[in-house]
Design a protein around this ligand. Structure first.
Ligand SMILES: [Cu+2]
Length: 500
């Protein structure tokens, strides 16, 4: 049975004459093709719109408004009344609809939700539209309108962020610090030999495990991403922070200037349905929970209030701020906005097929470099997604909140400096722990921080074979482990669920 939450979103609606004769040409049966959009309230009420979508709305397009309800069942029944917009050419129109959600085929490779049913004209309009006429209709659910399609980043940003250098750097930087606390001595030594230990040799800063809040790894998190945000804003000044965690909006708008390309994702902040991660009920449940509006208020709003509270910010170090934000609201935002990963394989038979368990950590196939692989749930791809930059803009703005709160609480204790082309901080070890935050392997012959490199990482060494080797050290089975373990799949570096 289909979950009725699939009703939320945008559908293509088509209606037909109920001809009892052979017509040959099906076009003779066509009545109307239009865009149907639904929002579903918790109590089963449906609301939305039915109308033709112009390339760009001028603001006076006619449409029908929908008021209906859903009865869950097998199949689930959907019924609604549609009324013409007052003051438009549809004024006075009333149509009633009853439809059913079509069954799912278990082995379907590209399933699509469909509502099929019947519609009647309840009130006559014009000369040729008598009351009581009955038509058949079906509506096909559209794919989620990804933000890369509704609100794309500038081309230079996409080209750079989707490059192998930036993908492997971001994936490895996160993986090194996330996994360090759990690696064997042998693996740590191998990572050190490659220069990809998280932080200075022998004084590594793991982002997870005991001591994560006080070891400075949170400063690494804030600084590395501040540099990324700074770099991307230089290439695309339209990249903006979320002023606060956005609430869901209705998926379509008829306001003047609305472009058809944004239909289904009007503000670019919409998110897709959750999905089932095979063999991982915890992750599956989290994907559902993190999308709930109740979670927006119980978790996101509470974290946001905490991380913008000057009294709290004045009481913690920069490292603690970074570490707490990273593993609470930051990771939860990534997973709320993540869409089901799909195969970017250029082969049309495989392209777009769901990969619900995601890329494997050691799958280095070049197909994953495709700009459309912008899965927000893993570090190899998240920074290719437009949402990443709004989300990390929000995180970055918390650094300034912290700095202001510190200045009020203890004027002059924290001083500013420029580091790697961005604003950074100096203070005694209680408030700023690390002199130079860790960004990855650097060129020892380089002239230190300049922020001048074409990669935006100054003198970072972004050698792909070395980074692939380092990822292999982290994610491959221990040498000597049994053959089964060696061949087992390891999910890529997904953002993890922590709550404090
Ligand atoms: Cu990151």
């Amino acid at each position: 049975m289909r979950d009725v939450s699939i009703l939320n979103g945008v559908w293509i609606y088509r209606s037909f004459l109920n001809s009892a004769d052979m017509v040959g040409d099906f076009r003779k049966l066509a009545v109307w093709e239009a865009e149907l959009s639904f929002g579903l309230a918790d109590d089963g009420r449906l609301y939305g719109f039915l109308g033709e979508r112009p390339e760009e709305a001028i603001g006076n397009e006619p449409y029908l408004t929908i008021d209906g309800r859903v009865q869950e069942g097998d199949p689930s029944r959907v019924s609604w009344r549609a009324k013409g917009k007052p003051g438009s050419t549809f004024e006075g129109w009333i149509y009633d609809y009853v439809g059913y959600l079509s069954p799912e085929w278990a082995d379907a490779t590209r399933p699509r939700a469909v509502i099929s049913g019947t519609v009647t004209r309840t009130v006559a309009h014009g000369n040729n539209a008598p009351a009581g006429a009955v038509f058949s209709f079906y509506a096909v659910k559209k794919d989620f309108r990804e933000p890369r399609l509704s609100h794309p980043l500038a081309k230079p940003v996409i080209d750079l962020m989707a490059s192998a250098e930036h993908r492997y750097h971001h994936a490895l930087w996160h993986a090194s610090r996330d996994e360090w606390a759990f690696l064997s001595a042998k693996k740590r030594a191998a990572l050190q030999a490659l220069g990809w230990q998280p932080g200075p040799l022998g004084a590594e800063r793991a982002s997870l495990g005991v001591g994560r809040v006080t070891n400075g790894s949170g400063e690494d998190f804030l600084y590395m991403h501040r540099r990324m945000v700074h770099h991307v804003r230089g290439l695309d000044p339209s990249v903006r922070s979320w002023p606060s965690v956005p609430s869901p909006k209705f998926p379509v708008s008829f306001a003047a200037g609305t472009k058809a390309s944004t239909s289904g994702n009007v503000d670019g902040n919409a998110f897709a349905d959750p999905w089932i991660v095979p063999g991982d009920p915890d992750q599956t449940n989290w994907l559902v929970e993190v999308r709930k509006t109740s979670t927006l208020y119980s978790k996101f709003a509470a974290w946001e209030a905490l991380y913008t509270d000057p009294r709290y910010l004045a009481s913690i170090s920069l490292a603690e701020l970074g570490s707490r934000i990273e593993f609470t609201i930051h990771n939860w935002m990534h997973m709320r906005w993540a869409s089901l990963p799909r195969d970017p394989n250029p082969d049309p038979d495989r392209h777009g097929l769901p990969i619900p368990e995601g890329r494997q950590a050691l799958d280095f196939d070049p197909k994953w470099l495709s700009p459309e692989y912008d899965f927000l749930g893993e570090t190899f791809s998240s920074h290719v997604n437009p949402i990443f930059w709004r989300l990390h803009g929000w995180v970055d703005d918390r650094i300034e909140d912290w700095s202001r709160a510190q200045e009020v609480a203890r004027p002059g204790a924290i001083t500013r400096k420029t580091l790697g082309g961005v604003q950074w901080f100096e203070a005694d070890k209680q408030w700023v722990l690390v002199e130079e935050p860790w960004e990855g392997l650097k060129d020892v012959h380089g002239a230190g921080h300049g922020g001048h490199g074409a990669s935006g990482h100054g003198d970072l060494l972004l050698d792909i074979p070395t980074m692939q080797q380092a990822l292999t050290v982290i994610f491959d089975a221990e040498p000597g482990a049994n053959a089964l373990a060696v061949n087992s799949k390891v999910k890529a570096n997904w953002f993890k669920r922590l709550e404090d």
